[in-house]
Design a protein around this ligand. Structure first.
Ligand code: DOR
Ligand code: ZN
Length: 343
């Protein structure tokens, strides 16, 4: 049987929620990844180092007993974040980054930032402390078409932030457009990006294939095929600016299949298998290890992992759901066949 061994990967963009949902999903990520950058958009959000320490402990408690998974915490930026909190975060051994959500951009972003220039003093301090800024890069103004919001964000805000704070390490999260690939490629080595499995595997037709498909709805939304191809090229190029971040974002089936369904795709059940599918289709499986296991760690100045995981080429069908008596989650790619499986 064909096998593929990789240095154990890290997931640099992950939502694990809290409570019963956390307990249900965390084992999936811990089985594949050594570490993950944990998103802070809980309700209420994680805005202080102290809250991040509590949440970190909650995640460790929810892990299966044998797991060695390390959560890397991020803090949710608001207009009320203090310079002092940035200094504390920079000296903390659980917090690794700040996350910028433009207010209203996505799930639980209502307490995010309304006026980006008003937090420039915070960016200056983050630059000084050398703590990375992670960005959900979409404008929120309804006057912009939902398919243009990433491009407009880059033009209106990101270009200026990078220019004003050239030493600030920035990760543009979950890229979805050719323009974002272009921006990140052309920027200095302080700028990098994560790419999700859904944006590599699907274009926006997946949202409307034979009817409306809420389990393919995430933000930023899936784009046209030409954008998907640009993302596949970036991910498989061997350029260390592009690395793995699943944005696995579990919502219960009822919250997704709803008159106002939540944004988010659940991919942690088989994240590496989904990426392997995309890389194999691009005939670039040899580029998967750099993308999944090296470039993110290097960007964050973390040691590369030393153990390995193995995928075997053995087709399997993604289940229709994952869950227990309490919770039911429909995974990304439910019912479809994947070629690789973690052994
Ligand atoms: O689709 C998404 N879901 N995009 C995000 O930015 C947030 C995430 C979530 O937390 O559900
Ligand atoms: Zn996210």
């Amino acid at each position: 049987m064909k096998t593929l061994s990789l240095t154990r990967p890290d997931d640099f963009h992950l939502h694990v929620r809290d409570g019963a949902l956390l307990t249900m999903v965390i084992a999936h990520s811990a089985k594949q990844f050594a570490r993950a950058m944990i998103m802070p958009n809980l309700k209420p959000p994680i805005v202080t180092v102290q809250q991040a320490e509590c949440y970190h402990q909650e995640i460790l408690t929810a892990l299966p007993p044998e797991a060695t998974f390390k959560p890397l915490m991020s803090l949710y930026l608001t207009e009320a974040t203090s310079i002092d909190e940035i200094k504390k975060a920079a000296h903390s051994d659980v917090v690794y980054a700040f996350k910028l959500y433009p207010a209203g951009a996505t799930t639980h972003s209502d307490l995010g930032v309304k006026n980006i220039t008003s937090i420039y003093p915070l960016f200056a301090e983050m630059e000084k402390q050398d703590i990375p800024l992670l960005i959900h890069g979409e404008v929120t103004d309804e006057k912009y078409d939902i398919f243009d919001r990433e491009r407009v964000f880059i033009e209106r805000y990101l270009v200026d932030v990078h220019q004003q704070f050239p030493a600030l390490r920035i990760v543009l999260e979950h890229l979805t457009t050719a323009e974002a690939v272009q921006f990140v490629s052309a920027a200095s080595s302080q700028v990098a990006a994560t790419i999700t499995p859904q944006h590599l595997l699907y274009n926006r037709n997946a949202l409307f294939s034979g009817g409306i498909r809420p389990h393919y709805y995430c933000l930023p939304i899936l784009k046209r095929e030409e954008h998907r191809l640009a993302l596949v090229n970036a991910a498989t190029s061997g350029n260390p600016k592009f690395f793995l971040g699943t944005d696995s974002a579990p919502h219960t089936q009822t919250m997704k299949e709803n008159t106002c369904g939540c944004a988010g795709c659940y991919s942690a059940f088989g994240a590496l298998e989904l990426y392997a599918e995309a890389f194999e289709r691009a005939e670039a499986l040899d580029k998967l290890e750099g993308f999944a296991s090296f470039y993110g760690a290097d960007f964050y100045h973390l040691p590369r992992n030393t153990d390995t995981i193995t995928l075997v080429k053995s087709a399997w069908q993604v289940p229709d759901n994952y869950g227990n008596n309490e919770i039911n989650i429909v995974p990304l790619a439910a019912g479809s066949t994947l070629q690789w499986r973690q052994s």
